[in-house]
Design a binder for this molecule. Structure first.
Ligand SMILES: NC(=O)c1ccc[n+]([C@@H]2O[C@H](COP(=O)([O-])OP(=O)(O)OC[C@H]3O[C@@H](n4cnc5c(N)ncnc54)[C@H](O)[C@@H]3O)[C@@H](O)[C@H]2O)c1
Length: 334
């Protein structure tokens, strides 16, 4: 039985606490810490787990093997480094860090101390994304032309340390890299500070992979409803994935000629069959934490490594730079 702890039990961290409890067959939740004593006490009491204001004291007394780190992004490097230096395996919530120097420092420390560093890019564990990934590998969409992600939300007042590119678009940048399994060589972003934030809260980005596949990102905090939609278009048809409801559809390109010509007027000339694909739904966070625990147990890399987190951060920071300098960026592959 591995021993787990959670540091930072705000809006995301409290879900890690709950899920460690729910998946408790190979992992035991031994402690939590939050520098806000009321938050620590509330979650500690609710879940009946020892709680601390000082995470170093928690590490000393509870001796976890692995930790979920869900403090705000500007503290990922400081607290993450302290964990790694004490030999604790760590899953850092996305994005890995605020800067490339911080991200590189975390990776270098994890290598040096031989601890596992995972990054919480949770959409890779969404069952609809898993199914989409599998079907793309099988060639169901044919040759892929384009990916399009929409991630639209109202403004979350609690996020003060990152703009919408680092906080939200990193989900889709990681997804694009996961689905295409190749790196991004060119990008251009338009960012705007529109309503609430002192950083960018509206982002539209265009990118190109090595193979020529194009990605379109439409991400903002100015929409009064939540949209999480991913579209993949290829020679054989188009996948549409609703990441919130975990639904996946495939719109086939028409191949067979129609017997009834008048129908084409109603349907549009090239519409084929539409398939709703059955998805066995589960909570992505549970799959993510299981993957982390199993990676520690089996001494294998996690599904989303520190290097994945760093490359996604590098793309996001390039977009921020492109937006502020109004410039197309040709990227070096690292
Ligand atoms: N994977 C996802 O879908 C997802 C969703 C939301 C947030 N996040 C990420 O999770 C992280 C936390 O975001 P949130 O929305 O939960 O923020 P939040 O502000 O709701 O919670 C952060 C908590 O950390 C505590 N904290 C701050 N500094 C600390 C420190 N040095 N030591 C201990 N505790 C400390 C705060 O008191 C607070 O309770 C961010 O990196 C964010 O990007 C990921």
């Amino acid at each position: 039985m591995l021993k787990a702890a959670v540091i930072g039990v705000g809006s995301m961290g409290r879900n890690h606490v709950r899920v460690y409890r729910e998946i408790g067959d190979s992992v035991e939740l031994v402690g939590i810490a939050d520098k806000n004593p009321q938050a620590a006490a509330k979650i500690g009491t609710t879940f009946g787990v020892p709680y601390y204001e000082d995470y170093l004291q928690m590490l000393e007394e509870c001796r976890p093997d692995l930790v979920s780190l869900a403090v705000p992004t500007n503290f990922h490097c400081e607290v993450g480094a302290a964990l790694i230096e004490r030999g604790v395996h760590v899953l850092i919530e996305k994005p890995l860090a605020l800067t490339l120097d911080e991200g590189r420092r975390l990776i270098e420390l994890a290598d040096r101390h031989k601890v596992l560093l995972a990054v919480g890019h949770i959409e890779r564990f969404n069952p609809a994304v898993r199914e989409l990934h599998r079907r793309l590998r099988e060639g169901m969409a044919g040759r892929i032309y384009r990916l399009h992600a929409q991630r639209l939300s109202p403004y979350p007042a609690r996020i003060r340390d990152a703009g919408v590119v680092l906080d939200l678009a990193t989900h889709d940048i990681d997804l694009f890299r996961y689905l295409m399994n190749e790196e991004i060589v060119r990008l251009y972003g338009e960012t705007q500070q529109s309503i609430n934030s002192d950083r960018e809260d509206m982002f539209n980005g265009l990118l190109r992979f090595q193979s020529g596949v194009v990605g379109v990102l439409d991400v903002n905090w100015i929409t009064p409803t939540k949209v999480r939609r991913l579209t993949v278009t290829g020679t054989r048809g188009m996948f549409v994935c609703d990441l919130l409801s975990q639904e996946l559809w495939f719109y086939e390109n028409e191949t067979a000629p129609s017997q009834w010509d008048a129908l084409s007027v109603l349907r549009g000339v090239t519409e084929g069959n539409t398939l709703g694909i059955r998805i066995e739904r589960y909570e992505p966070l549970a799959a993510q934490l299981r993957d982390f625990v199993e990676a520690v147990r089996d001494q294998r890399p996690p599904t989303v490594t520190g290097r994945d987190g760093l490359e996604t951060l590098r793309v996001a920071l390039d977009f921020v730079c492109s937006g502020s300098e109004v410039r197309i960026i040709n990227r070096e592959i690292e």
